[in-house]
Design a protein around this ligand. Structure first.
Ligand code: GLU
Length: 445
């Protein structure tokens, strides 16, 4: 029998989620639903100075908005007792050791190694301190901090994305697990949580490959097998720069405020840098069925806002009228099916629907029109009742009376009738605007 898959997304609530962060969330979620598994959100808020409840709440609401269903939410700050229990076990088993160097001493050691062109790996000076020496440090007012003793071996693991990966722990400093103020740092609580929560697959950015090499040893020290790892390439922006929590414009919150469709974001985010053709998908389920992490390219995925706008536009054209009707009603806009069918292929954002609603139903102001031409067009405007053939009938008449054709003919009409240079088919729009308003607009009244 195969194991029940459990994945997790573990952001620190120290800023807004950006498109790069949610790529990790999406890959974990998609992997879980593809395998009928579970998806956990773990809020990594052990850094009490930088973490806030507001950011944590925003993360939950961002994920929900994207359509990600969270099976369970944990907060690391509420789990410190659990970490202490495991910490004590590891101290007892001899995997952790106390250190007493100050930050200045560590910096000095590091600089000397770098000057000698040697890797700046911690020299384990504190590992062999006698009880007497430790007591001496303590009596001087120093507080111990704790490191995990690495094996110095090469840890080889099979990565869902990268295939075989090797992390040489001899090139790493023994990681600090507890600071001198008693606070836990990232690596150990993460491993403990992954054990306690039964996480089977850890999918995260490739900036965590070294951490995974280190964490494998922590799992072993606690008598557990490591979960399966997968490290995906990170996303970069159009200039090739990494995303940061400071870039609010490409945060999920920012994109939501700009009226992007969640499925446009999801579609782009999971297909850049993969074998999937960039496309508008209707549901996360649909993406989960075709996403294959082993086919992710190794190059960073480049996130383009223009591409997102295009996808947003095609996303709108595949939404059902019922769906948009409910959404518009929530904004006190009454949606018309006829208008929706006419404009749905011409919207970048759903918020533009009301612009067309106003163009059709309200007075518009347009300046600098070619009124001589428009007067002639108005003179030959067919009488109502109108139907699908009215537009062609009218255009033929204008052609006869003015000699105009192509852009010279259509653009001034479009401008006078809608106030804009482009938009949906006039043939259909005029039927909604009607004779009286069109006549007024042509005559500049
Ligand atoms: N809080 C860590 C981060 O955001 C979690 C990494 C992980 O284990 O997935 O980088």
């Amino acid at each position: 029998m195969t194991k029940n898959i459990i994945t997790r997304f573990a952001p620190s609530p120290t800023g807004l989620l950006h498109v790069g962060n949610i790529r990790t969330a999406l890959f974990n979620y998609l992997y879980a639903i593809k395998n009928n598994g579970k998806f956990i959100l773990r809020i990594d808020d052990t850094d009490s100075e930088r973490s806030t409840d507001e950011f944590a709440e925003q993360i939950v609401s961002d994920l929900k908005w994207l359509g990600i269903k969270i099976d369970k939410i944990y907060k690391q700050s509420e789990r410190i007792d659990i970490y202490r229990k495991y910490f004590n076990q590891l101290v007892e088993k001899g995997f952790l050791y106390e250190c007493f160097e100050t930050q200045e001493e560590l910096d000095y050691k590091r600089k000397r190694l770098v000057a000698r062109r040697m890797p700046p790996v911690y020299d384990r000076a504190s590992l062999n301190l006698s009880e007497e020496e430790k007591n001496h440090h303590i009596s001087e007012g120093r507080k111990p901090y704790w490191r995990f003793k690495l094996s110095g071996k090469k840890n080889i693991f099979h990565d869902l994305v990268r295939g075989e990966v090797s992390v040489d722990t001899s090139a790493q400093s023994d990681p600090v697990v507890v600071r001198e103020d008693g606070g836990f740092l990232y690596n150990l609580p993460s491993v403990i949580d992954d054990i306690e929560m039964g996480v089977t697959n850890i999918i995260r950015g490739e900036d965590h490959v070294t951490n995974s090499g280190i964490q494998i040893e922590m799992f072993t020290s606690l008598g557990k097998d490591s979960p399966v790892f997968g490290h995906h390439p990170l996303l970069v922006d159009e200039n090739g720069d990494p995303f940061s929590k400071r870039n609010a414009a490409l945060s999920v919150k920012g994109l939501k405020e700009k009226n992007f469709e969640p499925m446009a974001i999801n579609s782009l985010n999971t297909s850049i840098g993969t074998s999937i053709e960039i496309n508008s998908f209707q549901s996360l389920k649909e993406i989960s069925e075709i996403l294959d992490l082993s086919k992710l390219g190794r190059a960073p995925g480049r996130f383009s806002l223009d591409q997102l706008i295009k996808l947003n536009s095609s996303q709108l054209s595949i939404l059902s009228f019922e769906e948009i009707k409910n959404r518009l009603e929530n904004q006190n806009i009454i949606a018309s099916k006829t208008l929706w069918e006419i404009v749905k292929n011409n919207l970048n954002y759903l918020s533009e629907y009301s612009k067309w609603d106003e163009i059709i139903n309200k007075d518009i102001e347009v300046e600098n029109l070619d009124y001589e031409f428009l007067k002639t067009a108005s003179d030959v405007l067919p009488d109502e009742p109108w139907d699908n053939s009215t537009w062609n009938l009218w255009i033929d008449k204008i052609k006869v009376s003015t000699d105009r054709k192509g852009r010279d003919l259509f653009l001034p009409l479009r401008k006078a009738i809608t106030g804009l240079d482009d938009g949906p088919e006039l043939k259909e729009l005029i039927l909604l605007i009607g004779y009286d308003k069109i006549k007024k607009r042509l005559l500049g009244k």
